[in-house]
Design a protein around this ligand. Structure first.
Ligand code: PMP
Length: 371
């Protein structure tokens, strides 16, 4: 059937979500420590769960096709109109659809080499040409980060889209407001810039600013967010994009009518309104990020600075071995070979007890290899 698929699809490999977690969970003796998927094990707002439960009573009906209540809550939060909002079955869906709608055969899309994997997938599935821009070099202030200057230079008359993640997955890197301001002013108005802010809530770097601030002055800008990370609702699948109302209207043409289900709409809205829970959840992750980063650095591993809920850590030539051995300790991390970083693992910042278990497992491996 590969030969029957469109040419862009023939060369594609499906997105790799990591290990078969369900099977691993079944085999784990004292439960699995799952730190491979950048989830938020501090858990969602109880109000979000209550809202989802009560939405289940209406599950025999189709959900609100317009997502009106959630859009109104989002509009209030972000200072935009509801017509500037697009809802997605997770932001992954929207990231794929942007390429489908705006780029095709003969078009180019600029992506950073260590940018989130879904961008390259989206571009190739759409049949457009992927233009990979090199990441910032090891001696830069932010190694592996997006080189915004190089990305602007890579734009040609055929470029339709640019994908950026701020902060980025899997590197945890970010760019500051001044750099983005220079970049967005260089991009021609007919090139759409998508800034993926899946991890925005975790940022505490003072030089960072959300690209949402540039929406009023740049109609070619689209910002995506998700309820999967800081809101801890990954399993319900809700994300959104903010952009110019005309751009969102074009996207609406390909959106599946009921792409976000009722419990997800209800939970997302309730979560958005429970600011207290969000703050305490994010604060806990930021604290644990510092603790885990210090623990790993103290053991001699290189830890990238991160503004997200995960850390990129370099373990050297033994990386694949370490990753496999951790699995036998029922600890799951994400290998980075697919990102061209075979000496690194990506580690989600979990709850304190999970992080302690990870560090203990790493110490046990070290002891074994020295003993
Ligand atoms: N963007 C980035 C940078 C991500 O890391 C992820 C999830 N891993 C997503 C988007 C997609 O998240 P979701 O589809 O759950 O909203």
């Amino acid at each position: 059937f590969n030969a029957l698929a469109k040419s862009g699809i023939q060369r594609l490999r499906a997105y790799d979500p990591g290990h078969d977690l369900v099977a691993l969970r079944r085999e784990a003796v004292d439960g699995l420590t799952e730190l491979g998927s950048n989830e938020n094990s501090h858990g969602p707002s109880p109000k979000a769960i209550a809202a989802a439960r009560s939405a289940l009573d209406e599950v025999f009906r189709y959900p609100d096709p317009l997502g009106g209540d959630l859009k109104r809550a989002l509009a209030k939060k972000h200072g935009v109109t509801t017509s500037q909002i697009l809802l997605g079955n997770g932001s992954h869906e929207l990231l794929m659809q942007f390429a489908q709608v705006f780029a095709g055969s003969g078009d180019e899309v600029v992506v950073s080499r260590h940018g989130f994997a879904v961008y390259a997938l989206a571009v190739q599935a759409a049949g457009a040409k992927l233009v990979l821009s090199e990441s910032l070099p090891p001696d830069a202030a932010m190694p592996l980060g997006h080189d915004l200057d190089a990305m602007a230079n890579a734009i040609t008359a055929r470029t339709k889209l640019v994908y950026l993640a701020n902060p980025n997955n899997p590197t945890g890197t970010w760019f500051d407001a001044d750099a983005f301001d220079v970049f967005i002013k260089r991009v021609p108005a007919n090139v759409i810039v998508i800034v993926d802010e899946a991890y925005a809530e975790y940022v505490d770097a003072p030089e960072w600013r959300s690209a949402i601030d540039w929406l009023p002055t740049h109609s070619n800008l689209i910002v995506t967010r998700t309820f999967s990370k800081a809101h801890a609702l990954a399993g319900l699948r809700a994300g959104y994009a903010l952009g110019h109302a005309n751009a969102m209207a074009v996207m609406e043409r390909v959106r599946e009518s009921f792409n976000v289900n009722g419990p997800a709409l209800a939970a997302a809205e309730a979560s958005l309104l429970d600011e207290k829970h969000l703050k305490s959840n994010v604060d806990a992750t930021r604290r644990e990020r510092d603790v885990l980063s210090a623990a790993l650095s103290a053991r001699g591993w290189k830890v990238w600075p991160s503004q997200t809920n995960f850390l990129l850590v370099e373990f050297g030539p033994e990386t694949a071995n370490i990753e496999q051995q951790l699995l036998s300790h029922d600890v799951v991390l994400r290998p980075m070979a697919g990102y061209g970083l075979p000496h690194c693992l990506r580690i989600t910042v979990g709850r304190a007890d999970e992080n302690v278990r990870l560090v203990a497992a790493l110490d046990a491996l070290k002891e074994k290899s020295h003993g």
